[in-house]
Design a protein around this ligand. Structure first.
Ligand code: ZN
Length: 281
């Protein structure tokens, strides 16, 4: 169900789901606590959404992240529980859109579960999935993704984004900016270097795309940060600040990875933010 916010219409568009190790998703939090929110399968994996956001702004169709994509062999598809290849295509079709209609892709970062859909294989060669789009990414993250640390190298697949280099369609950004009127990009550095998130500011209210800063509603508890985060103390501070403002100003929060909740408002409860009202999207 689309949501109208000021002059924006926003749709949740799913690229299916992914199964990631539950321990990695919750860092130092004991399993007996996190499994109450996200039950693990027999391989200790939790099922997570790959939920992108489509923002329609007049003639612009802006996709925030593009999922895991289709370029997966059977072994990796099994490891990550990728069940629905091309889910994004069918979701766009249901909205009467094709890949060529996307004018902008905002990539929060280049981890394979966020930017894997940037390329498709055409005649054995990776080519851009959204041929008419401009791709927006922070320059610091672009650099980092080409030389990640040993700790996070496994989160990048360089073939996902190599086609961007020579495409002329890559727009590298230098920090926070208002990309289009009311569509703000801001940076968070706890998860990875130069992560960018999206805030839609309108007279009807504010919606924030949380990406990997707060991947699921279970992660609303500020100390619950993923082992994937490069700088967990930074992530905790960033979450605290964002959630305090979200409670105060009744922001709509959009979750990329929560298996059940796409969007909600939050309230203070027991010292942390908690779901107040689930907003259908
Ligand atoms: Zn990530």
């Amino acid at each position: 169900m689309p949501l109208t916010l000021g002059r924006f219409t926003v749709h949740a568009v799913s690229d299916g789901t992914i199964a990631l190790d539950g321990g990695a998703m919750f860092g130092v939090v004991p399993k007996v606590l996190w499994e109450q929110y996200l039950p693990a399968d027999e391989r200790n994996r939790v099922r997570l959404a790959l939920r992108c956001l489509l923002v329609v702004d007049g003639p612009r169709r802006i996709l925030i992240d593009d999922g895991a994509g289709t370029r997966w062999d059977g072994k990796l598809r099994d490891r990550f529980g990728l069940l629905a290849p091309s889910a994004l295509d069918s979701q766009l079709q249901a909205l009467g859109l094709s890949r060529g209609d996307i004018t902008d892709v905002v990539l929060t970062h280049l981890h394979f579960d966020h930017a894997g859909g940037t390329t498709v294989d055409a005649d054995g060669q990776p080519s851009l999935s959204f041929p008419n789009a401009t791709y927006h990414l922070q320059r610091r993250h672009w650099k980092w993704a080409h030389q990640p640390s040993d700790r996070d190298a496994g989160s990048f697949r360089s073939e996902d984004f190599r086609a961007l280099e020579s495409s002329g369609r890559l727009h590298l950004l230098e920090g926070a900016t208002e990309l289009y009127p009311g569509l703000h990009l801001f940076c968070a550095e706890g998860h990875t270097v130069g992560l960018q998130l999206v805030r839609l500011e309108t007279d009807d209210g504010t919606l924030v795309f949380l990406g990997d800063l707060i991947p699921t509603t279970a992660h609303l508890r500020t100390p619950w940060v993923a082992a994937y985060d490069l700088y967990p103390l930074t992530a905790i501070e960033e979450k605290k600040q964002l959630l305090a403002q979200a409670i105060e100003e009744r922001w709509l929060l959009f979750f990329e990875h929560d298996p059940d909740v796409a969007c909600c408002t939050v309230k203070e409860q027991g010292g942390y933010a908690a779901i107040d009202r689930v907003v259908p999207l």
